[in-house]
Write a protein that binds this ligand. Structure first.
Ligand code: SF4
Ligand code: ZN
Ligand code: ZN
Length: 315
């Protein structure tokens, strides 16, 4: 009979195929907490006194990250503030916001909700409707492209408004291995060498982003949310359709069925070759300043403002 590898409890909730470990509910929760905190130490994601802005969507990854980061706030290591971005996706985002609010309230974490509409004058739904050029183009932009650009802009702006020294996101092991493979397959070396536990910022005017769950598989985050009885938003975004990321994710998932350690080996291998890649390929910086919003930009306009101006000219 399989029993918990740590305490001998016969009620195990997980058999870790990559390590052969069996764990009961309590030992599993403890093992994730320990793993996340030890990764934070090992990769030096946090310094005492940091003010961390947690990007809290209400989904399982960010809710689990919020709860574990809050343990650092309780020990007075960091100050924690959460932000939920309302992109304006009707029928989807509303529930996530309520769940995010409830989690922040339960933990007593300061929480802000910021809307695309307030910062950019339109919701993501409206952007997709207005995007005539996109619709007529042979290579249309997916909603996630806009969503990603505008979300990054808002996170950076809110971090400045809050005086945050770090922005924490809920990226997990699956997300990270997908990013490594995607950028490699697309030959996007400039983006590839930015991947890591801390963002290698294009510019120091951007607040450093950290990924405390980078070494935790998505499946285990889902299980943690159930085991710790967390309130999480389970619905999928209606725009999350046919992206390349999804295809790559599916491919890695299939490989993982027979090769249980493949995600870890992808991550470890990448982390080893990254310093060599960085020597060969220097990061292209956004040295300029966007003439419209003042944020760092490679050209005259940052990406968010160039989308906005493009729409305005075509209205
Ligand atoms: Fe935004 Fe795409 Fe995520 Fe939906 S799936 S929230 S559109 S990035
Ligand atoms: Zn146990
Ligand atoms: Zn701008």
């Amino acid at each position: 009979m399989n029993t918990c590898s740590k305490c001998g409890n016969p009620h195990i909730i997980i058999r870790r195929k990559h390590s052969g470990q069996n764990l009961c509910q309590e030992c599993f929760i403890e093992s994730i907490n320990q793993k996340v905190l030890s990764n934070i130490r090992k990769t030096m994601l946090i310094e005492k006194g940091d003010k961390v802005l947690m990007a809290l969507s209400g989904g399982k990854d960010s809710v689990v990250a919020l709860h574990i980061m809050n343990s650092l706030q309780e020990k007075n290591v960091i100050d924690l503030v959460a932000v939920t971005i309302d992109e304006g996706i009707e029928g989807y985002r509303e529930e996530g916001i309520e769940i995010a609010k409830a989690n922040a309230k339960e933990l007593g974490v300061k929480h802000r909700i910021v809307r695309f509409e307030d910062y950019f004058g339109r919701t993501l739904d409206k952007m997709m409707e207005l995007d005539e050029i996109n619709q007529n183009s042979t290579n249309p932009r997916h909603a996630c492209t806009y969503c990603g650009v505008f979300r990054r802009w808002i996170l950076n702006r809110v971090a400045q408004e809050e005086g945050a020294t770090k922005i924490a996101t809920g990226h997990n092991l699956d997300d990270e291995t997908q990013s490594i493979l995607m950028n490699y397959l697309e030959g996007n070396i400039n983006n590839l060498i930015r991947i890591g536990p801390k963002t290698e910022s294009r510019d120091e005017r951007f607040t450093v982003k950290i990924k405390p769950l980078r070494e935790i598989p998505e499946k285990e985050i889902g299980l943690y949310a159930i085991a710790a009885d967390l309130n999480v938003h389970l619905a999928g975004c209606p725009y999350a359709g046919d992206s390349f990321r999804r295809e790559v994710g599916q491919f890695i998932k299939e490989l993982s069925e027979n090769h249980h350690t493949i995600m870890y080996s992808t991550l470890r291998g990448f982390d080893k070759i990254k310093p060599v890649l960085k020597k060969e390929f220097t990061l292209k910086g956004n040295n300029g300043k966007c003439r419209r919003c003042g944020e760092p930009a490679a050209g005259e306009l940052c990406k968010a403002c160039s989308f906005l101006e493009n729409w305005e000219q075509n209205l």
